[in-house]
Design a protein around this ligand. Structure first.
Ligand code: FEO
Length: 397
């Protein structure tokens, strides 16, 4: 019944779209949904590359059954064990008990832990291959992109890389599967958000994987999330390369919490002076309104970051603290940083913001601005100066 897109000769897309989940990993908003991609190779052997979230296993198994047309499934390649891709393995095994599961030694530890599967395994090591008929599939380890067991699968015949999460993006596939068949505009911001939210902590491992893949002739990227990249394959690689090196555009993210509007007025003053000095990319995020997912995306995107917070119960405003901890976890490098804060009777926020900047080893601009109670003309002027200092520093680099 199911019509399936043929990505290349006898390689079919059998993934699914998730338009129901509100939060990916119960953390990250999905305004455009997300796809869980899986691919089926019909050769002398039949080979499935990754599965899908267990919530979609029913339709997934029906698609595979239609594509196999009565043949059995010989191999399942497990490039990544996170449950959004490995969730259907146990049910797949029940349907196809003779399927051999291809993975590495780390894969198999997780396979036992998550699914209790310990038999019918075919272990592969770095650079090894498996012949499936007219083509040979090669396996390369890509640890920590995004879990330790991650590997990628390369088909030299079609010059396709099955890349696990690498080069993935949020956003469902709305009819079209390959980028050449669709308008891809909205995926690029979502790719940065996906990278910063999910893979952002692992810049060095991503760089190592990219160096390893640089020796392969890659014409098509089949990631586990989002479009199959063909005409944009090099663009997707370039974005992951840039993000994993923590390179950023000229621009400033102002992240602030505000309980009664005073900290917010300071943020507005800083933004005004940044604009007056010619900075065009200025993004203000009120942490009480903008999910951290989007703030992280912009911190990865832009070179400058200015954080403001009131003192609340002798600490940072809690939502500011939450965002800072997410930035610390990702160990984002090479940013220019300024900070400001407010208090009513005893200041704590500015001290914590100072410690954060030191800990990140960032280039710190301007004297921090601290306001007791309502915003005074002096404080307003200091905020303008902080914005000017940031703009000057950005123009230097
Ligand atoms: Fe899409 Fe790391 O799983």
């Amino acid at each position: 019944m199911y019509k399936l897109k043929e990505i290349a000769e006898k390689i079919y897309y059998v993934g699914v779209n998730d338009r129901q989940k509100l939060l990916f990993e119960n953390l990250w908003p999905l305004p455009y949904g997300v796809s869980y991609n899986s691919y089926l190779i019909i050769d002398e052997k039949t080979v499935l590359v990754d599965t899908v979230d267990v919530c979609y296993s029913d339709i997934f198994l029906k698609k595979i059954g239609d594509a196999l047309q009565g043949r059995s499934l010989d191999y399942l390649i497990v490039n990544h064990m996170e449950p959004d891709h490995a969730g259907s393995i146990r049910l797949l095994r029940q349907q196809y008990p003779d399927v051999q599961i291809i993975g590495n030694n780390k894969t198999f530890g997780m396979l036992q832990g998550y699914h209790g599967i310990t038999t019918g395994l075919h272990e592969v090591k770095e650079g090894e291959s498996v012949s499936v008929g007219s083509r040979e599939l090669f396996f390369y380890m890509a640890p920590m992109v995004h879990w330790p067991e991650v590997m990628v699968t390369y088909d030299p015949k079609e010059k396709i890389i099955f890349s696990a999460d690498a080069f993935g993006t949020f956003g469902t596939l709305n009819g079209g599967i390959i980028d050449t068949d669709m308008n891809t505009d909205h995926y690029w911001e979502e790719m940065i958000r996906y990278y910063s939210n999910i893979v952002g902590k692992y810049g060095n491992p991503v760089q190592k994987a990219l160096q390893k893949l640089a020796g392969l002739d890659i014409q098509t990227i089949c990631s586990t999330h989002g479009p199959v990249w063909r005409e944009n394959a090099q663009k997707a690689i370039a974005i992951y390369d840039k993000l994993s090196r923590y390179e950023a555009e000229e621009g400033v993210v102002i992240v602030y919490g505000s309980m009664y509007g005073n900290t917010e007025q300071m943020a507005e003053a800083i933004a005004f002076s940044l604009s007056a000095k010619g900075i065009k990319n200025i993004v203000l995020h009120n942490v009480s309104k903008t999910p951290a997912s989007y703030i992280l995306k912009d911190v990865f995107k832009y070179k400058g970051l200015i954080v403001g917070s009131p003192t609340c119960s002798n600490q940072l405003f809690p939502e500011v603290e939450s965002v800072l901890s997410k930035i610390e976890v990702r160990d984002i490098k090479n940013r220019i940083y300024g900070y400001f804060g407010t208090f009513t009777w005893a200041g704590a926020a500015v001290k914590r913001l100072a410690a954060f900047g030191e800990n990140m080893k960032w280039d710190i601009v301007g004297p921090p601005v601290e306001q007791k109670q309502g915003v005074s003309p002096d404080t307003y002027a200091q905020c303008l100066t902080l914005g000017e200092d940031m703009a000057d520093k950005l123009k230097e680099v």
